[in-house]
Design a protein around this ligand. Structure first.
Ligand SMILES: [Zn+2]
Length: 337
């Protein structure tokens, strides 16, 4: 009994030490974690979209941090996509996501529209890019920037949010986007699920600043482009955003509504219905269930001009994606003639 204080005390001391170590560890772990701002000067879900996340699956299959399909095998970053070439040309800034020092930078790789030959971009897959070194062993990398747009050079100190250049089409890329990679002590990490156990589907910690987390909330499908045209749409027309410029009139040869969506899954059922100013169905396209996941998919519905031209009034189009009888994505459009 006499020794009890001593037997308790060392235990207590051990507990205090363990607690201190735990607090110390928690503090240092928290202090070590980088806080990331948005690396792009656009609004996620409005003027740009996340096309791909990090592949969190170590095997040959792929899986994003929510165990979803928005990635591909060995993808080591997050892809922020602008919806069209026209939007890219109008200029979307790439921003430093945290303060640090520019470690490496490359400019001078041409912006190339269309799928590049792998040979042509060998050793320059990242295209025009920047690597920034941050305190505590963190690095961020920015790829596929526009040729001639780099605004910083190695050795420059940059502040979070500082403009680094513009989103482009350089290196191994088929559409305008920023590929953004985060590394800690040389190893790639997923900024949406830092430290997640493999296969945890949503575990780990977000490295994004709290102010951006709502904007960055996971969206498993999204409408990238939608509009009306006076004829059949093509991917090229959508990329050139001609649809937005197209002024339809009562004499237009056809009235077509189109949608390009990303993140669609095998089994999704898409529908697109156009109603005339009287509320009658003018055209409808109900697609067969998708046979496979689609990184992007275009659907349209339309009708040729009636002999007396188009009635004046408001035409309404509704695009839906259904799954198991439930609408999982919807977009409504209006056209005043
Ligand atoms: Zn990428």
């Amino acid at each position: 009994m006499i020794f009890r204080p001593f037997t308790i005390c060392p235990g207590f001391v051990r507990a205090v030490l363990a607690l201190a170590a735990a607090i110390g560890f928690a503090c240092s772990a928290r202090a070590e974690n980088i806080e990331l701002g948005l690396p792009v000067g656009c609004e996620i879900g409005q003027t740009c979209y996340i096309q791909n996340y990090v592949d969190d699956d170590p095997s040959q299959s792929s899986r994003d941090y929510k165990c979803g399909t928005l990635t591909y095998d060995r993808h080591n970053g997050t892809d922020f996509r602008v919806p069209s070439l026209a939007a890219q040309r109008s200029g979307v800034d790439v921003l430093a996501s945290a303060s640090g020092r520019v470690l490496r930078a490359r400019d001078g790789v041409p912006d190339a529209v269309g799928k590049p030959a792998r040979e042509a971009v060998r050793d320059v897959e990242c295209g025009n890019g920047i690597v920034i070194e941050h305190p505590g062993g963190w690095e961020t990398q920015y790829c596929h920037m526009a040729n001639g747009s780099l605004a910083v050079k190695p050795g420059d100190d940059v502040a979070r949010g500082q403009r680094l250049g513009r989103i482009g089409l350089s290196g191994l890329t088929e559409y305008p986007h920023l590929h953004f990679t985060v590394r800690y002590r040389g190893a790639m990490v997923d900024p949406f699920a830092y430290g997640a156990a493999p296969g945890s589907c949503g575990g780990g910690e977000s490295l994004w600043q709290p102010a951006f987390r709502a904007q960055l909330a996971y969206q498993d499908r999204a409408v990238l482009n939608a509009g009306f045209m006076s004829g059949p749409p093509t991917m090229e027309l959508i990329e050139e955003a001609r649809a937005d410029e197209q002024s339809l009139s009562a004499n237009s040869p056809a009235l077509v509504a189109f949608v390009r969506a990303i993140g669609l899954k095998a089994g999704d059922v898409q529908g697109l219905v156009i109603k005339d100013p009287q509320g009658q169905v003018l055209a409808e396209n109900r697609a067969a269930p998708l046979q496979s996941n689609k990184a992007q998919y275009m659907l349209f519905a339309g009708k040729k001009r009636p002999p007396n031209g188009w009635d004046h009034g408001t035409y309404k189009a509704t695009y839906t994606v259904e799954r198991d009888g439930k609408v999982v994505l919807e977009k409504r459009l209006e056209l005043a003639l």
